[in-house]
Design a protein around this ligand. Structure first.
Ligand code: EPZ
Length: 420
């Protein structure tokens, strides 16, 4: 079980480069199942969740997947096993993203129910009801979802009861091969949805409105191969920007899309952080004075991203005053709070709200990561703390951050990985 050992107190400075977005790469990999032609994807981040998805796709197509650094080539000439087995899905719930493509491509899919995870129940009922609207017959048995559409899928109007990112992506991938038109209402507007639509369009799909709440799809009979470069990871970029502010440094994050981070940028500026855009794909943070308390409420994009909530909470422990952090997307996404408290933070939890009183000096401690973004917030806290912090269960971080310790060390952090 690897650990990250951090000696705090060093301001981050210089530059950090952003990798491709894990949450855009996962649906893009699943989309390769929709065609018998080869698809080439570039800027795929080399993180654990991607390896899990590549293993799953290799199992489904019964063939090797070609990986050369950040370039992945998937040739789904045949679908040997239209299924996502439990042993793979239990480690990554985004495996449910193969549901739509498999039903769309071969009229059937057997996908293990993901089960909950640390941050919440994480059901996929919206994915299932969307597929049923397109004519799939879905039943649940022995912990698996079995979906069949022996006569193919029929386009329909689908209204999402609540916004779901992978629910929207799953349905979009099912609709592109359905007969006729599908209209998805209350669709997720995340940039990762728009990136998936760009890949599908390159494969020959007919899609309008991706990135807005209403997506219109004209089904086509077949999709072809394509080559596509994944968008940069806005959550990784946001994590590093917060780290630069938290450590009082002067940090430039390169290879990002500032447009994807407007909500975070606005909150950082309210907190007294100087955020500039030296070029179209870079953001720079400096802290001229004291950090000020700021309230955040997580919302679907373009609101403040829930995946940056834990990191921003860490920042607010160093801000003067009371900050209210409200989490509206997941029911249990404050587990980092008690670990931050062990480092000296003053945080009170009241249901969906965390009340942070700052500034409180943080002192290094042994802490345990519970989920991907909580572990990132603990690494950031370690960078700002006095003394040594040891973050255990670093496999959480490795799910979504590529080479995090070398990237941070490259910006001056004293951080190393201990493999035990
Ligand atoms: C995606 O998860 C991201 N993962 C998550 O990132 C992110 O936190 C989340 O969107 C919200 O932005 C990927 O894209 C692979 P949802 P997803 O469906 O699609 C409920 C990370 O750290 N819901 O938008 O699973 C659900 O429980 C990860 O990179 C249903 O009730 O999230 C949640 O409360 C963590 N039924 C809310 O909707 C469903 O069928 C939003 O979930 C689906 C979701």
């Amino acid at each position: 079980m690897d650990k990250l050992v951090i000696e705090g107190g060093v301001p981050l400075s210089g530059e950090i480069a952003v990798s491709g977005a894990k949450n855009a790469a996962l649906p893009a990999l699943a989309a390769c199942l929709l065609t018998a032609e080869p698809v080439i994807l570039d800027r795929i981040p080399q993180v654990r969740d991607i390896r899990t998805m590549l293993d799953l796709i290799g199992h489904i197509i019964g063939a090797e997947v070609s990986v050369e650094g950040g370039r992945v080539t998937i040739h789904s000439a045949r679908i040997e096993h239209p299924e996502a087995p439990y042993e793979l899905v239990k480690t990554m719930r985004a495996s449910s993203l193969v549901l739509g493509p498999l039903v769309g491509r071969c009229g059937r899919a057997r996908v293990s129910l993901p089960g909950g995870c640390a941050i919440g129940a994480r059901p996929i009922n919206l994915h299932v009801s969307g597929l049923e609207r397109l004519g799939a017959e879905v039943r649940q048995e022995h912990g698996y979802i079995e979906a069949v559409a022996p006569h193919g899928l029929q386009g329909a109007n689908v209204q999402f009861d609540r916004i779901s990112v992978t629910g929207t992506e799953d349905l979009l991938m099912a609709a592109v091969l359905a007969r006729g038109e599908t209209v998805i209402e209350n669709a997720a507007r995340e940039p990762e949805v728009a990136d998936l639509a760009a890949l599908l369009a390159a494969m020959g799909a007919k899609i309008e409105g991706a990135g807005t709440s209403t997506i219109r799809v004209q089904g086509v009979a077949k999709l072809g191969g394509a080559e596509h470069t994944i968008i940069p990871d806005r959550i990784e970029a946001g994590t590093f920007l917060i780290g630069g502010a938290l450590t009082g440094g002067d940090l430039t994050v390169r290879g990002c899309v500032p447009e994807h981070l407007r909500a975070l940028i606005a909150k950082l500026q309210q907190a007294g952080v100087d955020v500039t855009e030296p070029s179209p794909d870079t953001l720079r943070v400096r802290v001229p004075g004291k950090l000020k308390n700021v309230d955040i409420t997580t919302e679907e994009h373009p609101g403040f991203a829930t995946d940056l909530q834990a990191q921003f909470m860490t920042l607010m422990t160093q801000a003067a005053g009371i900050s209210f952090v409200t989490e509206t997307i997941f029911e249990n996404r404050f587990m980092h709070a008690q670990e931050l408290a062990r480092m000296g933070a003053n945080i009170r939890l009241e249901g969906r709200q965390a009340i942070v009183a700052g500034p409180t000096p943080l002192s290094g401690a042994q802490v345990i990561a519970s989920d991907l973004r909580a572990s990132a917030s603990l690494v950031l806290a370690g960078l700002a703390a006095r003394g040594e912090t040891v973050v255990d269960r670093v496999y959480h971080i490795d799910r979504g951050y590529e080479k995090i310790e070398s990237k941070l060390a490259g910006a001056g952090a004293r951080i190393r990985r201990e493999t035990s």
